[in-house]
Design a protein. Structure first.
Length: 250
């Protein structure tokens, strides 16, 4: 498949122009003209690029790209990363907020479906757009059961701040670094809020606002979107795909 055709499809499908974002969403580094295999990963790093090349990928799709809101000189570590991609003809495509928010292959809606939630609705805003999701469980679930399910599905220990009732029905989800949105979740009347990593400055909000907060890892909560997008590319175009797992523990 032509790289230009696949990039055009990704741009439209992920609606990359709809979101204000520091990330340079879309094609960040152009490699070869043809794509027969796509690797997906959460982060951009030299090790990620090396593994993508090792599995024979022509295109690497990441959640966290190389370019964030300001020009960077092509020197040092940044230069080594870009040079590696160019020398091997490996293209790099990034989708940050668009892949958080997408209702089919996004981190948040995807995780809600993995957890078996129903009555899904948009929750949490990023500028003028919704980024997260809220919903309910068909049957009330204990906080411990939910944490155990998350650990089973994502493979990461879950930190729980049990500020609310120990039996929950409703949950809001925003992956990654959205700890401050526990306030919005409490104001929305939700029983619990799930994100990736905690923030010291909002530690007490969960307890004072009587809502449960669960932290399942910035990295692991953002493996969902790239994995679902890989599945979509296989179904849509018959492309071979491979997920590159390089957990940060954060």
């Amino acid at each position: 498949m032509k790289l230009t055709e696949l990039v055009a499809w990704l741009d439209a499908y992920l609606e990359v122009e709809a979101f204000e974002d520091a990330s340079l969403n879309g094609l960040q580094v152009e490699g070869g003209e043809e794509v027969t295999k796509v690797a997906v990963a959460v982060d951009s790093s030299l090790r990620t690029f090396e593994q993508a090349a090792e599995v024979g990928a022509d295109l690497l799709i990441v959640h966290h790209g190389l370019f964030w809101g300001r020009p960077l000189p092509i020197t040092g570590t940044h230069a080594r990363r870009v040079k590696y991609l160019l020398e091997r003809g490996l293209s790099l495509y990034a989708s940050h907020i668009p892949l958080d928010a997408h209702r089919e292959v996004g981190n948040n809606w995807g995780l809600a479906r993995i957890l078996g939630m129903t009555d899904l609705e948009p929750f949490g805003r990023w500028g003028q757009q919704h980024i997260g999701v809220k919903g309910r469980f068909p049957n009330r679930i204990s906080l411990r059961e939910l944490a155990d399910q998350l650990e089973k599905e994502l493979g990461e220990s879950v930190l729980v701040h049990a500020g609310g009732a120990l039996e929950i029905e409703t949950l809001g989800i925003i992956s990654g670094g959205a700890a401050r949105e526990v306030v919005a979740a409490a104001e929305a009347g939700l029983d619990a809020f799930l994100t990736g990593e905690p923030k010291h400055e909002v530690f007490y909000d969960a307890f004072e606002r009587k809502i449960n907060a669960l932290y399942a890892g910035h990295y692991m909560t953002e493996t969902v979107g790239v994995s679902l997008l890989a599945d979509k590319l296989e179904q849509e175009f018959g492309l071979a795909t491979e997920f590159i797992l390089l957990p940060t523990g954060l």
